[in-house]
Design a protein around this ligand. Sequence first.
Ligand SMILES: C[S@@+](CC[C@H](N)C(=O)[O-])C[C@H]1O[C@@H](n2cnc3c(N)ncnc32)[C@H](O)[C@@H]1O
Length: 216
Amino acid sequence: MSDDIVPFTPQSSLVQCFLNSPETGWLSVSIAPQPFELRGIISPYVRGFIPWAEDKSAPSRAFAKVIESELRLGRQIEAGQTVVDLGASPGSWSYVAVKRGAHVIAIDRSELREDLMRSPRLSFETADAFKYKPPQTVDWLICDVIAAPQRSIDLLLEWLRERRMRHFIVTIKFKGADEYPLLEQLKQHAPPLCADFRLTRLCANKNEVCAFGSIL
Ligand SMILES: C[S@@+](CC[C@H](N)C(=O)[O-])C[C@H]1O[C@@H](n2cnc3c(N)ncnc32)[C@H](O)[C@@H]1O
């Protein structure tokens, strides 16, 4: 045994094996209590990759971000739930919620696709996403607004602190890598307010990350 190989007992360790050919593979060993603390980062998907959802009827491919967040969360928007969609136009995120039978309050400066605007399950308000407050707690905040990352981070923290929603999916969009450290505030302040908090660059994300989860 070389100096850098640490002995372990299988009972107190997490052992993972990935075979990349019949003869070779990778073995990963974590000593307890790391397996418990880090279990959230172990993906049930092969190589952590979730294929982009396909739906040609959606207004744009942006709907794939909601589907992927729901899959990762293990929870989805359900019939009868209330959803606030901030920065909703042209309507792909609202499209998913309406299709599931939820009631959607869609906020944007521009209207959504015509069929969504006519949906009895959707009410549209021309408003500033950063000023909108729901009259009561909603089941979901979904937010894909184009804004500076600090504004989206502040918006999410405000909604969490004021417990305005039960579950959330919020995109944080970046112009450059120098903005990534802004996420540290979210990593510090959001988890204590949440029963489940994830911050991930989705397979369906470009230069953006998605914060999603459920409040306490
Ligand atoms: C990336 S698009 C949203 C796409 C949408 N999630 C979908 O699936 O179709 C961003 C939207 O944010 C809206 N937006 C940007 N700033 C806003 C603000 N302050 N208030 C409301 N909407 C805003 C834009 O008008 C734009 O429609």
